[in-house]
Design a protein around this ligand. Structure first.
Ligand code: CTP
Ligand code: MG
Length: 230
């Protein structure tokens, strides 16, 4: 049995700005998408058999050619993503093989520098029987819930809050069931499983699995890369 990876990479990167979709922005001479794929490949214990990438419509062929040297044509599928992240994941999920896969990872292209041990922890937890697994880190800010007028409603106890990263890992039939229902305002895949009443397990994430979101995140990305290459 092996693992399939879905990489939603079809976002425009509006908060990052620039002319190119975020996944194609380069750090250290390579795109964020290539960095993400390399990071996944480094997780050798995860036994990755298949990569399905959702990209902006019209870029499928270019991306296939770019990733083929890293993944191999037989293991690579590239599909046009949708309007929302969950639409992109759903489009990719349709191309994940039904047979021989005991774990599906969903990993943001924008979390391009996730360390291999995080990926391996997620896969190991799924293989140990957890149907849905997310990597998490503690939150450092105090988080408040506010009403539409901006008034603070409550301050949850920070010690029970975590920030959630990717890759998130799933038992394949659960992920298919979770995505069979269309829900608005979905920000991650585990959330869809929670709605089905499925317990989601957490494993330790990493600060290096941060999501490249705003321009200053590119500086952090460059620094991480320079540290790793030195
Ligand atoms: N994503 C996707 N399809 C979409 C929207 C997002 O595949 N319709 C992907 C992004 O490419 C990214 C991941 O989902 O790898 C996380 O999304 P986010 O960080 O929000 O990226 P963008 O949506 O591109 O950025 P922004 O929200 O700033 O426009
Ligand atoms: Mg977005």
């Amino acid at each position: 049995m092996s693992t399939a990876v879905i990489i939603p990479a079809a976002g425009l990167g509006l908060r990052l700005g620039g002319e190119t979709p975020k996944a194609f922005r380069e750090v250290g001479g390579e795109s964020l998408l290539v960095h993400a794929v390399r990071g996944l490949k480094a997780a050798t214990a995860a036994d990755l058999a298949c990569f399905v990438i959702a990209v902006p419509a019209g870029t499928e062929d270019v991306v296939f050619k770019e990733l083929e040297p890293y993944v191999g044509a037989a293991r690579l599928r590239v599909v046009a993503g949708g309007a929302e992240r969950s639409d992109s994941v759903r489009a990719a999920l349709e191309l994940v093989p039904m047979d021989g896969i005991d774990c599906i990872l969903v990993h943001d292209a924008a979390r391009s520098f996730v360390p291999p041990e995080v990926i391996e922890r997620v896969v190991a937890a799924v293989r140990s029987g957890a149907p849905a697994v997310v990597p998490v880190i503690p939150v450092t800010d105090t988080i408040k819930r506010v009403d539409p007028g901006g008034k603070v409603v409550e301050t949850p106890d920070r010690s029970v809050l975590v920030a959630v990263q990717t890759p998130q890992g799933f038992e394949p039939s659960l992920l298919r069931r979770a995505h069979a229902v269309e829900v608005v305002g979905v920000t991650d895949d585990a959330m869809l499983c929670e709605r089905l009443g499925v317990a989601v397990q957490t494993v330790e994430g990493s600060e290096e699995a941060f999501k490249v979101t705003r321009p200053r995140d590119l500086l952090l990305a460059e620094w991480i890369l320079a540290e790793r290459r030195s």
